[in-house]
Design a protein around this ligand. Sequence first.
Ligand code: C2E
Ligand code: MG
Ligand code: MG
Ligand code: MG
Length: 278
Amino acid sequence: EAKRFGRDRLEVFDQDLHQRNRDRLDLEVALRRALGEGELQLHYQPQIDVASGRTVGAEALLRWLHPERGVLLPAEFLPLAEESGLIVDVGAWVLTAAMTGAAGWAGVDGEDAPYVTINLSARQLAHPGLLDDIDAALAASGIAPSRVEVEVPESVTTDDLDATGEVLKAVRARGIGVALDDFGSGWTSLTSLQRLPVDTVKLDRGFVIDLTSGTGCGGTAVVEAVTTLAHALGKTVIAEGVETAAQHVALRGLGCDRAQGYLYGAPARTLAAGVAPG
Ligand code: C2E
Ligand code: MG
Ligand code: MG
Ligand code: MG
């Protein structure tokens, strides 16, 4: 009896696995098609200067307008793209689309035009064609490299640091900025900060939540320490996931340079450049 039960369970499990593999393959085929059919789209989320409240830049965030399933978020398809290697082609599309989109942005009231910041994945950073893809995007868009920044994920592990560092040096040699994304969300943050050539530190949303959550997690002390450290190293600090005015006020008090979050604007098709409530 126990044996039969076990075998049934195994069959159910096999079917699940089989179905999952088929779903993954379907999604991979669909994503490859989506790339050719123009179903990928970028949304832009404003980044503001904390002191003035002005929009100084925007992060490009990928969306897939799936014909049947509606708008898909990166979490629903990027892990698969990363696994299958499709991220390299998707990423090349993102680079050109983001730079071309941002090339048309103008500054308000004689201010500099906002910069665009573009997410890179670990696999893209390890791909030998990345610099060529960046150069192609720069050439196609005609944007000034000083208006472009790339974001390096926290998931770039210690093993990859030397190689990643070399790539980022080459990126910076082109005049493009480098940001460390989700800083503090993993264990390797301090090593990455010390060993990678970066201009900007993006404070993870978790720290922003702790700032005013009242749970006594030392949120203020941590943000203050990270800001002090980053400034001592000559880097800009940006907080992500800012949702409330109280968080904004706390960040301003701690000397955080820039901020991004629903408080200032959600990711949208067009960048609404202007002055945020402050
Ligand atoms: P990320 O780079 O850390 O981007 C920030 C994420 O937080 C975005 O999610 C954004 O929509 C969301 N967000 C912004 N403000 C708030 C807020 O106030 N509260 C909350 N709760 N969330 C906020 P999204 O667009 O779903 O992107 C998720 C992740 O997917 C990104 O995290 C990034 O790692 C990755 N990603 C997005 N676009 C690309 C891309 O073009 N290429 C690569 N390689 N990765 C991308
Ligand atoms: Mg990012
Ligand atoms: Mg982030
Ligand atoms: Mg994040």
